[in-house]
Design a protein around this ligand. Structure first.
Ligand SMILES: NC(=O)C1=CN([C@@H]2O[C@H](COP(=O)(O)OP(=O)(O)OC[C@H]3O[C@@H](n4cnc5c(N)ncnc54)[C@H](O)[C@@H]3O)[C@@H](O)[C@H]2O)C=CC1
Ligand SMILES: O=C(O)[C@@H]1CCC=N1
Length: 264
């Protein structure tokens, strides 16, 4: 039995992905803070809705999907109710396995995951790290759970705040760039719908080439950048405005914010 504690946006996305991948509703349960939310999940997916304590006592795998600031309260609630041999998987940004282990009975294996919203379309990037009591079998269980909804990569926990900044928040940066490019289309007199279609298809095409060609991004960009042409005129402006440095600093700021969340 897999229980998703705090089935909000990410928890529900994982839940529906796992069901799409062929698990039966009887293998899943979820908890929700609001009764109406629980009722909706029960109706939508046919799964059992339980209290946090019931889920902790029953499930083999507990997926903690609450916001980082709600994690302490949740762990205090379930800490005394987790039988030996259960696996705890945390999806929360910034929360370390050490923070979780300190609030659970000695020896409970914990795996930390940073996923991202493309979990909705089975294209998530999930990055996992083992806590001090989690071994190969626990990482394998986490991979089994997450691989139906996208790629899974193992990294040392010291890089998790960086992964949160890079791939956890990553989709937001691409959406931001899409918004800006659509605005550019408007500036050039395009109808909004046409600009949106052009930018989205360019993004999809670029993403598929990046993923499937095996070519380095620099080579792919150079193939678009003709001598004396249009692309280099745009690149000069991006360089003039320090866009590369802005990206480096933005992602570093996200990493630092993740560290603050862990402390606060
Ligand atoms: N939204 C995103 O892009 C990403 C979010 N995350 C992480 O995933 C986690 C969940 O984020 P979202 O799904 O966006 O948040 P959310 O707010 O949609 O979901 C959290 C849910 O937990 C419920 N909850 C809070 N305390 C509870 C308790 N004690 N018992 C039962 N339910 C409780 C809330 O009512 C809410 O429905 C966060 O820790 C976040 O850091 C990770 C990667 C990406
Ligand atoms: O912004 C946040 O805190 C969450 C974590 C990763 C993506 N969104």
């Amino acid at each position: 039995m897999i229980a998703i504690l705090g089935a909000g946006k990410m928890g529900e996305a994982l839940l529906s992905g796992v069901l799409r991948a062929g698990r039966r509703p009887a293998e899943l349960m979820a908890t929700a803070r609001r009764e109406a939310r629980g009722a909706l999940l029960r109706e939508r997916y046919g799964i059992e809705i339980a209290t946090n304590v019931e889920a902790a006592a029953t499930a083999d795998v507990l997926v903690l999907a609450v916001k980082p600031q709600d994690m302490g309260v949740l762990l205090d609630e379930i800490g005394g109710h987790i039988p030996a041999g259960r696996l705890v998987i945390s999806m929360a940004a910034g929360i370390t396995t050490g923070f979780i282990e300190a609030r659970l009975p000695e020896g409970v294996p914990v795996v930390r995951v940073m996923s991202n919203t493309p979990v909705h379309v089975d294209e998530a990037m999930s990055v996992i790290s083992a806590g001090s009591h989690a071994g190969e079998e626990h990482l394998k269980l986490a991979e089994e759970l997450l691989s139906p909804v996208g790629k899974v990569l193992r990294i040392p926990e010291s890089l998790q705040d960086g992964a949160t900044a890079l791939s956890g928040s990553g989709p937001a940066y691409f959406y931001y760039l899409v918004e800006a490019m659509v605005d550019a289309g408007i500036l050039l007199g395009m109808p909004r719908a046409a600009a949106l279609e052009m930018v989205i298809q360019s993004a999809v095409g670029a993403a598929v080439m990046l993923r499937d060609s095996g070519e380095h991004p620099v080579l792919l960009r150079e193939a678009v950048t003709s001598p004396g042409g249009t692309t280099i005129a745009a690149i000069r402006e991006l360089e003039k405005h320090g866009v590369r440095a802005a990206v480096l600093e933005a992602i570093e700021a996200a990493r630092d914010r993740g560290r603050e969340l862990a402390g606060g």
